[in-house]
Write a protein that binds this ligand. Structure first.
Ligand SMILES: *Cc1c(COP(=O)(O)O)cnc(C)c1O
Length: 466
């Protein structure tokens, strides 16, 4: 063993103590740390012949890179759909690294962390009020979750054509329909061989991002018995619009398509009795995407794919890691290795398990309703302001707005983000530049809305007077 490695191993207690102190440093400053790194200069180092050891590396990291660590897990980082990390999920994530399990099967190979993963899926199903009719597993994010759900849908569609796509390759006969899919769905169409240019667009309702169900039905009728996958949005990122899932499920009885629901963050509406109706019927889906590193406040990277248990053979055909044809019942000798894209897998369920066990139903209800309340506060401020206007109603936890003085929207957002006190993202809606603020972090309080609106006014004054 090298000197540095020997020394590190002998002093692991001191190293972990220092990591703990650095962590506390960051976490205790998180409410005030900048949401934007103004100085992004770094000088690359060459690989040393002899390493610095962990203490030396910690010192170098502190000097070089710590300043680049923005408060994205903090209370005023509202860009994209960025969650945070609760104490319980941080605890789970640390232990995941320490235990370093390769989470695959529930039997046999020594490591049985997959049993905990299956239990975590059951707990998550209970949180989201999903029936036990789904298999679930952890993947890195909603992108991979959408990929996995659509991949099993592809295998299902192949069966309708009399082919086994996992063995013989892709068919161009399969139609994927959606109204306002997330960009990662389009990326998945590219990765899966459908072609990102081959999405069959369903019209959205006037002034909305949700699917026009009459248009969906007309297009299903016209699909001439070609197999169809319908990708449904349960929470679009711009206006958090929900497709009418109950109406889509009713059509499923008539037209027999694969229904994939991208509920990356919108699925957590299930935790709020006042909003769970948005998901009515979703338990009839074939596959469902849920992100854990967004509204569940589990650290990156973590998401779940749910697929109906009745499709387990299709799922194993798609992801089995042997060249032998699948034999027997997939629920026996279960292995995630044959269910999901990855082979070696991090014990990714553990941070989510800790969160679910630590906070329970009421804890998550509080997180979800707190975010919704904060979004409504910002929405009310904007409605009452002479400077800004809402671009869409606040339906859940995202506020999309623009300046009345539309030409200054980009300069305003640039100035606002560089304040380092709040972060939002640019977007376009109906071809117009807009700003989005997404509320998903459990730390965000009413006072953060006050701080942010003050910064918004200051940023607008700045661009006006320049
Ligand atoms: C964020 C998001 C995705 C992509 O998720 P990643 O976790 O970034 O891979 C997909 N769909 C929706 C609706 C999202 O909000």
């Amino acid at each position: 063993m090298s000197i540095q490695l020997q020394d590190d191993l002998a002093h692991i207690d001191r190293i972990l103590e220092e990591v703990k102190n650095r962590s506390l440093d960051f976490l205790s400053q998180l409410n005030e740390l900048p949401t934007y790194a103004a100085d992004q200069q770094t000088d690359p180092d060459a690989l040393a012949a002899n390493g610095l050891g962990t203490q030396g590396s910690l010192a170098l990291f502190q000097r070089k890179y710590r300043k680049l660590m923005v408060a994205s897990p903090g209370p005023r980082y509202w860009g994209f759909v960025t969650g945070g990390a609760t104490p319980a999920s941080i605890a789970g994530d640390w232990l995941t690294t320490v235990f370093d399990q390769n989470t695959q099967g529930t039997k046999g190979a020594g490591d049985i962390s997959a049993i905990v993963e299956k239990e975590t899926i059951r707990l998550l199903s209970q949180l989201l009020d999903l029936p036990e009719e789904f298999n679930g597993g952890f993947v890195t994010g909603a992108t991979m979750s959408n990929f996995t759900g659509l991949a099993v849908g592809r295998q299902w569609a192949g069966k309708k054509l009399g082919i086994d796509i996992s063995r013989t390759g892709m068919s161009s006969e399969i139609i994927v329909m959606a109204a306002t899919p997330h960009s990662s769905v389009i990326k998945s169409l590219s990765m899966l061989g459908f072609g990102s240019g081959n999405l069959f667009k369903i019209n959205a309702l006037p002034g909305r991002e949700a699917m026009d169900i009459a248009d969906l039905e007309a297009k299903l009728m016209a699909s001439n018995d070609k197999p169809v996958i319908v990708n449904c949005s349960a929470g679009t990122v711009n206006t958090v619009d929900f497709d009418d899932i109950a109406a889509i499920v009713a059509l499923k009885k008539k037209y027999d398509f694969w229904l994939h629901i991208d509920a990356a963050f919108g699925g957590f509406a299930a935790c709020s009795p006042a909003h769970s109706h948005l998901l009515a019927g979703w338990e009839q889906a074939d596959s469902i995407t849920i992100d854990c590193h967004k509204w569940m406040n589990v650290p990156y990277d973590s998401a779940v794919i749910f697929v109906r248990k009745q499709h387990d053979r299709l799922q194993v055909e798609t992801f089995q890691n042997t060249n032998a044809p699948y034999l027997g019942d997939p629920s026996e000798n279960f292995s995630y290795l044959n269910f999901l894209p990855e082979n070696s897998r991090r014990f990714r369920a553990l941070p989510a398990w800790f969160g679910l066990v630590a906070y329970g139903k009421s804890g998550y209800q509080w997180i979800i309703e707190n975010s919704i309340a904060r979004a409504n506060e910002l929405g009310q401020y904007i409605t009452g302001s002479g400077t800004f206007e809402l671009a869409a109603p606040v339906r859940l936890n995202v506020v999309i707005f623009r300046l009345r003085d539309a030409d200054r929207t980009t300069a305003f957002l640039d100035r606002l983000n560089k304040s380092g006190n709040v972060f939002m993202t640019p977007t376009t809606l109906d071809g117009k530049s807009c700003v989005r603020a997404a509320f998903v972090n459990y730390r965000t309080s009413a006072n953060d809305i006050v701080i942010a609106t003050r910064e918004m006014e200051a940023a607008y004054d700045f661009v006006l007077n320049r």
